[in-house]
Design a protein around this ligand. Structure first.
Ligand code: DGL
Length: 275
């Protein structure tokens, strides 16, 4: 899942990107687990949502953003978006080559779910783009024979969460109408295959009366990154690292919404990388 790397230095930052601010859930988990690492976040708010875009468009965005993160000397790039991980991981990995390690948010979750023998029928909810790629079903079945996978596109959830609709009557109604679908009736575990979804995890847990094993990528990916940095001797011990948070389109509403996704104060900066 990670490509080899020869040229990075341990004190260089970790780059993280998403179509918008949902990937901040992954950034939070990395910051909590690796508090001495400097983070550079890029939210491609000018092009969100990726879930509705073609694979070609997402590959193009992914390359351009990776180039920006390489210019900031990132030692590792996290594709903190399932849609981009599904559609553009190989392209980005080829583009980055040995200049940095590239990590996607799908492989660590697939490994984690396949490892647990009690998971026999896995549900996956994600954007249209991720579901269309069928990547979770393919990878889960390759990781463990006999595993059943039922995938459902839940396109309303990303914009609902971006607009701050969670933990209220409206979000509960939308979540219930998706989870009630016959497709998900027989599952024994559920993957939240979108980096926005940790925000609605409590409501999903409540829907299942806390009896469903629910896996999201944030914590699992952070652990994977810690293991890779350790193995490659790329850990650092920076004191109070100053993280940077860039977006391709700035609005007050993005700035306000970041507080739902990121633990701690942050200031969004506009980086016009599309010129
Ligand atoms: N957060 C992204 C993901 O994990 C989806 C958001 C989007 O569709 O732009 O798939």
């Amino acid at each position: 899942m990670a490509n080899s790397n020869n040229t990075s230095k341990a004190s260089n930052p970790i780059g993280i990107f998403d179509s918008g601010i949902g990937g901040l859930t992954v950034a939070t988990a990395i910051k909590d687990l690796l508090p001495n690492e400097k983070l550079i976040y890029f939210g491609d708010t000018a092009h969100l949502p990726y879930g509705e875009k073609s694979a070609d468009a997402i590959k193009y965005y992914g390359i351009r953003i990776s180039q920006f993160l390489l210019e900031q000397h990132c030692k590792l790039i996290v594709i903190a978006c399932n849609t981009a991980s599904a559609q553009a991981y190989e392209t980005i990995k080829d583009f980055v080559g040995n200049k940095a390690i590239v990590v996607n948010v799908i492989d660590p979750v697939v490994e984690e779910v396949a490892r647990h023998a009690q998971n026999k029928h896995v549900g996956v909810i994600a954007t249209k783009g991720t579901i269309r790629s069928d990547i979770y079903a393919r990878k889960l079945k390759a990781a463990r024979k006999g595993l059943e996978v039922s995938s459902l596109a839940t396109p309303l959830l990303v914009s609902m969460i971006e607009e701050g609709f969670f933990n209220n009557k409206i979000s509960r109604a939308v979540i219930h109408s998706y989870l009630e679908k016959p497709k998900l009736k027989k599952i024994d575990s559920l993957i939240l295959a979108c980096t926005h979804f940790p925000l609605i995890k409590p409501e999903i847990e409540e829907y299942y009366n806390h009896r469903m094993r629910i896996v999201d990528s944030a914590g699992v990916v952070a652990k994977e990154i810690a293991a890779i940095l350790k193995k490659k001797h790329l850990e650092t011990r920076l004191k109070n690292p100053k993280h940077r948070f860039y977006v391709s389109d700035y609005t007050d509403s993005f700035e306000k919404s970041t507080r739902f996704f990121f633990k701690g104060k942050l200031k969004l900066e506009k980086a016009d990388i599309w010129k």
